[in-house]
Design a protein around this ligand. Structure first.
Ligand code: SAH
Ligand code: SF4
Ligand code: F3S
Length: 470
């Protein structure tokens, strides 16, 4: 792909702002301020996309609501990663038939990764006739134009072509908090892990220009954001498609130069591309959180090969050892898939032994879910769901013990946390995060929200730490 074909021109983006203006003018003629509801089903990338959609809706003159019955515009931003994610979306879509029946002028939009699949679009076309607009992640920047088409054509609109994807700069955004922000540094994925749908729905890898990222982060720091997470399916691929030679570690080092009181995190790092340069950069950059999400998926080298992950158990463990050598207090987390097609009990137990050997702070664990169109979905899968569940439960048991132990080791220590909101629990009214990203429930006053405070850890469990502001 040529860079000029990937980067959308300022003219193309200006055209979208014209559509936003037209819609805003149309909305001003209504007898009330239109209400919009944006519901997000997917990962952080999906959340970041929803914030862009909300930005566009705000510029169209909308306010926001959580009530589907009250909403004039509903956007479901969907996820296709596992069957369950898709089922939840179909459930939500089914529910919306009532809202639409009560308010026939309501506009229902389905976007995100699920919407990029032709099979899904066909199903929505045939069976979910109350949906007015379907568009994939690749068409996100065109949302104003597509919505205008719905208003003017009085018919249903589908935009799911363009599988390679583009880079759109300058989209408006509504951030969920004044403390934490997501910054996408790249889009798409070229890795084609054999179980995964993402490369098919998010298109090819494309990196934003470093200057764009740096100016976004500078702006956030100036506005007072303190916790900034860089997003990409594999941030370690950053820069491979840029004309200027720059890799992810260089980008981190450049961001770290921005003065201010903030921390930078990132996800996700693919183990095959993470190495000494990244870890050394993390270790020496004071603004970079000593936290690494390094998804291993499996602890068995045969399964890893079938997954097309590009590393072995031993190779992974060496990288973890190097990261720990350079950053002894690093917080490590991972994703695990249990029950990949053909995985045996012994192989699943290799994963548990790796989990014990590494001693992660926390895990995101999944039972394999076949995704139509991926190579793994065609592989023989003899283990039953019940067997996989037993292996899965053993994994959870092992990790819960490790998390509880790791959390217990914090008790009695005093550390810096960033207070990011209220918890809803009167005993521990505040919620905060350590520099390594661990959750701390806190006794303290609401006025501390948005600030760094020193906290004495008084208690812990498997999921969280508890403490008192000093
Ligand atoms: N790009 C990230 C992962 C994105 S998807 C990475 O490579 O690490 C988040 C997680 O969902 C994956 O790490 C994997 O553990 C899980 N996942 C992806 N496809 C899956 C499938 N078909 N079934 C079960 N879990 C899956
Ligand atoms: Fe999926 Fe693999 Fe890409 Fe992650 S790296 S998004 S698991 S294909
Ligand atoms: Fe889901 Fe798409 Fe993210 S499939 S996990 S929302 S990239």
């Amino acid at each position: 792909m040529k860079r000029t074909d990937v980067l959308l021109s300022p003219d193309a983006m200006a055209r979208q702002r014209e559509f936003t203006e037209k819609i805003a003018a149309h909305h001003r003629q209504l007898d009330h301020r239109p209400l919009a509801l944006v519901d997000t089903f997917g990962c952080q990338q999906n959340v970041a996309d929803s914030q862009r959609i909300m930005g566009m809706l705000r510029d169209m003159g909308c306010e926001f609501t959580d009530d589907p019955m009250a909403a004039d515009i509903i956007v479901l931003n969907t996820c296709a990663i596992r069957e369950n994610a898709e089922k939840r979306v179909y459930g939500a879509l089914g529910q919306l038939t009532h809202a639409k029946a009560a308010n026939p002028r309501q506009i229902i939009c389905l976007c995100g990764c699920m919407a990029q699949q032709k099979t899904v679009a066909d199903k929505v076309r045939a069976s979910y006739r109350h949906v007015d607009l379907v568009f994939g992640p690749q068409a996100l920047w065109k949302f104003p134009e597509l919505l205008w088409e719905v208003y003017t054509r009085h018919g249903r609109v589908f935009s799911i072509e363009d599988e390679h994807g583009t880079i759109a700069e300058g989209m408006p955004v509504v951030r969920e908090s004044a403390v934490k922000a997501w910054v996408s540094i790249m889009y798409g994925c070229n890795n084609f892990c054999s179980y995964c749908i993402v490369p098919y729905v998010r298109g090819r890898e494309r990196s934003r220009e470093a200057e764009e990222i740096l100016s976004e982060v500078r702006g956030l720091v100036a506005e007072g954001y303190k916790d900034i997470t860089l997003l990409g399916q594999n941030v370690n691929s950053y820069g491979k498609d840029l004309d200027t030679p720059m890799d992810f570690a260089d980008l981190l080092a450049a961001i770290d130069e921005i003065p201010g009181d903030y921390l930078i995190r990132f996800m996700t790092s693919h183990p095959k591309d993470a190495g000494a340069k990244l870890f050394e950069t993390m270790a020496r950059c004071p603004h970079v959180a000593k936290q690494l999400h390094l998804p291993v998926q499996s602890g068995n080298s045969r399964v890893l090969k079938e997954m097309n992950r590009g590393y072995t158990r031993e190779g992974y463990l060496e990288k973890v050892a190097l990261a720990r050598k350079l950053m002894p207090d690093i917080v490590l987390t991972s994703d695990i898939i249990i029950g990949f097609p053909g995985e045996t009990e012994a192989e699943a137990m290799d994963t548990i032994s790796l989990v014990k050997e590494v001693g992660y702070d926390a895990l995101f664990t999944f039972i394999y879910s076949p995704r139509p169109g991926t190579p793994a979905a065609k592989m023989p899968d003899p283990a039953t769901r019940a067997e996989k569940q037993v292996w899965f439960d053993r994994l959870l048991e092992a990790q819960n013990e490790i998390s509880a132990q790791r959390h217990a080791s914090y008790v009695g220590k005093t550390l810096r946390v960033l207070v990011d909101g209220e918890s809803g629990d009167s005993r521990w009214p505040l919620q905060s995060r350590t520099d390594g990203g661990r959750l701390v429930h806190l006794v303290g006053d609401k006025s501390l929200i948005g600030q760094y405070v020193q906290v004495k850890i008084t208690d812990s469990n498997t999921w969280a730490l508890f403490g008192e502001a000093e």
